[in-house]
Every structure is written in structure tokens, then in C-alpha cells.
Design a protein around this ligand. Structure first.
Ligand code: HEM
Length: 218
């Protein structure tokens, strides 16, 4: 059980690192089309000429995919183990201290998987959510503006970022406990750290669809 929790914590750290880097990259949109489109090209050109165009990006994609697979597998196994340890539910509900974020971990996680699949088909592959010929490879700015001009799409992204925020809050907090960093004295501060990271990620990501939808980017 401890091993599975460590797998969740370590893969969680890698995924949080990606999420924060991706959010900072997305914020380049506020500096204009050239800035974010150059960044999109740069992601594919890192390591050239030693590496082929896009090669490092593929390494990152594969590492992320492995982390997501391990994270979900360990979560499913831990859920099964805790259900097997207590096949009969608690007779008194809420006997154990729990938060909304903790209760949402499983369904929030499922929503995030649905979001990521949609997101890759949408803003990476351009095969959903665009008119034929509207999605342009390496034109991240124009693609994002076209994507979020449709309010249901912008709303779906903001709701998914809400799920990500709750998932990160509880996930970071659990991870700090698994890694043995939480003590009776620093619990309050660590919870605040988890909350601040989760809120910054929510605001940072959501600012993009909200700004487009509000008409601030053309
Ligand atoms: C409002 C929120 C988000 C926006 C506006 C956004 C925007 C984008 C854009 C424009 C791309 C394409 C970049 C390019 O091709 O150069 C992209 C790719 C990607 N995004 Fe997001 N993203 C958001 C949230 C997320 C979240 C929360 C995750 C994961 C938890 C995520 C995971 C990815 C992945 C894995 C890629 C593919 C990278 C690749 O393989 O090329 N995104 N995103």
C-alpha cells in the first residue's frame, strides 16, 4: 500500500510540474500572437540539431503518458484495497473527517481524463471543435481564439479547471503526507500551500478561455 502511495506521489509531482509549466506557457498569450506561436515552435525545436524536430517533445509526451497510466492504476488499486479492507460502509456517515475535495478525487479524476482526451483532440490535433480548415498547426494563438469564441467550449474548460483545482488541492496535501513532510506543527501551513497552488493553477488556466470569451483577444 505504501509503495502504491509513493507511486501516486512521485507521478503526481511530475504531473504537477507539467501542469505549472503548461500554465506558464499558456500565459504567453497575454504577450500577443508572436510570443505564444514562437513558444509553440520552440517546444518542437528544443535540442535541434542534435535531436530531430519534435523528438524531445515526444520524450516528454511518453513520460507524461506513463505517469498518467501509473497514477490512475495505483489510484484504482488503492481504492480496491480500501474497499476490500472495509466491505461494509460506515454506519454513521462522516465518522471520518473528510472534505469536498477528498470526496471528489475519484469523479474529479474521471472528469480530468475526459478533459485531457478532449483537449488533445481539440487544441493539439484540431480534430474536434473546429470548422474544417480552421485549425492551423503551430498557430496556437489563432487556434485558442477560435476555440474559446464558442462559449460552451470555454465553459467546459473552466469547469474542468475547477475539477483540476480540487484534485490538486487534495492531491498535493496527500502527497506531502505520503512523502513524510507533514507534521502536527506544519499541517496548517502545508494546507495553505496546497490551496494557494491549486487556486493559482485554476486562475492561470481559466484566464485564457475567459479572456477569449470576453472578447479581449481577436
Ligand atoms: C484553459 C486551460 C488550457 C489551455 C488553454 C490549454 C492550451 C493548450 C494548447 C494551445 C496546446 C497546444 C500547444 C501546441 O501545440 O503548441 C495544448 C497542449 C496540451 N495540453 Fe493544454 N491547455 C489547457 C489545460 C491543460 C491541462 C489542465 C492539461 C493537463 C492536465 C493540459 C495538457 C496538455 C497536453 C498533454 C498537451 C499536448 C502537448 C503536446 O503533446 O504537444 N492542458 N494545451
Amino acid at each position: 500500500m505504501i509503495g502504491k502511495k509513493i507511486v501516486m506521489a512521485v507521478t503526481g509531482v511530475v504531473l504537477i510540474g507539467f501542469v505549472i509549466a503548461h500554465m506558464l506557457g499558456n500565459l504567453k498569450i497575454f504577450s500577443g500572437p508572436d510570443e505564444i506561436n514562437t513558444y509553440s515552435r520552440f517546444l518542437r525545436e528544443i535540442g535541434t540539431p542534435e535531436l530531430a524536430y519534435g523528438e524531445l517533445l515526444w520524450v516528454v509526451r511518453i513520460v507524461l503518458l506513463i505517469c498518467v497510466a501509473l497514477h490512475i492504476t495505483a489510484a484504482a488499486q488503492l481504492t480496491r484495497m480500501s474497499q476490500a479492507a472495509r466491505p461494509v460502509g460506515y454506519s454513521v456517515k462522516r465518522e471520518v473527517e473528510t472534505t469536498f475535495a477528498a470526496r471528489m478525487m475519484r469523479w474529479g479524476g474521471v472528469l480530468l481524463v475526459v478533459f485531457i482526451i478532449f483537449h488533445l483532440l481539440h487544441l493539439t490535433a484540431g480534430v474536434v471543435g473546429f470548422q474544417p480548415g480552421q485549425f492551423k498547426h503551430l498557430a496556437a494563438y489563432q487556434n485558442v481564439v477560435a476555440a474559446f469564441t464558442l462559449w460552451p467550449v470555454a465553459l467546459f474548460y473552466v469547469v474542468a479547471m475547477g475539477a483540476l483545482c480540487l484534485h490538486l488541492y487534495h492531491g498535493i496535501w496527500s502527497m506531502l503526507q505520503t512523502l513524510g513532510w507533514s507534521t502536527a506543527r506544519n499541517q496548517r501551513q502545508l494546507k495553505i500551500v496546497a490551496r494557494v497552488i491549486a487556486i493559482v493553477v485554476f486562475v492561470g488556466f481559466s484566464s485564457v478561455p475567459v479572456s477569449v470569451w470576453a472578447g479581449w483577444f481577436r
